[in-house]
Design a protein around this ligand. Structure first.
Ligand code: ADP
Length: 170
């Protein structure tokens, strides 16, 4: 077990004052929509430059890797690629792997605080309540030196369901 404190936050992930912000990226790692689009837009071109330099072949689904956070308040962006439910990628262990690998990368960096979006729950279409359960259960069961983890939701309804999932585990 870890001693991480996990909280639900309503807001924009790009505005989080944490050591590391997690990006719901795609395999190519060259930008996209949703969280990915917001992170590159607010963080500026340094993030894409670092993605190209450090990940010439992109990332495998379920894996994670870091870049600079550019102009974001965070120090690093930890990119991870969730399974695309809408494209038939429905292996839940890949979604769990995203959270576990992101925390491993955060530990390598020495990050003590991290903000996660609800990976795969947007354009990739993973059913909301299972996406929330995978996030909460995996973050809470992964050994880590991260002290403060947040699940940041843009949307009031999603945020409420994340909060309820956390309350149910206390
Ligand atoms: P994926 O492609 O992995 O499904 P998305 O970026 O499309 O990822 O969406 C993941 C989740 O993040 C969705 O619940 C979406 O509503 C939410 N989201 C989108 N933009 C932001 C943002 N700027 N801050 C926080 N959450 C966001």
């Amino acid at each position: 077990m870890s001693s991480v404190s996990l909280t639900a936050v309503l807001g924009d992930i790009t505005a989080q004052h944490v050591d590391a912000v997690v990006n719901a990226a795609n395999n190519a790692m060259r930008g996209g929509g949703g969280v990915d689009g917001a992170i590159h837009r607010v963080g500026g071109p340094a993030i894409l430059q670092d993605c190209i330099a450090r990940f010439p072949d992109g990332l495998a689904t379920g894996d994670a890797g870091w870049t600079t956070a550019g102009d974001l308040p965070a120090k690093w962006v930890v990119h991870t690629v969730g399974p695309n439910w809408n494209a038939g990628q429905r292996d839940r262990s890949l979604l769990e792997s995203c959270y576990r690998r992101a925390l491993e990368v955060a530990d390598e960096l020495g990050a003590r605080s991290i903000a996660f979006p609800l990976i795969s729950a947007g354009v990739y279409g993973w059913p909301r309540d299972d996406a929330i359960a995978a996030a909460v259960d995996t973050i809470l069961s992964t050994p880590t030196r991260v002290a403060d983890a947040r699940i940041v939701a843009f949307d009031e309804t999603v945020h409420r369901h994340v909060q309820e999932a956390l309350d149910a585990r206390r």
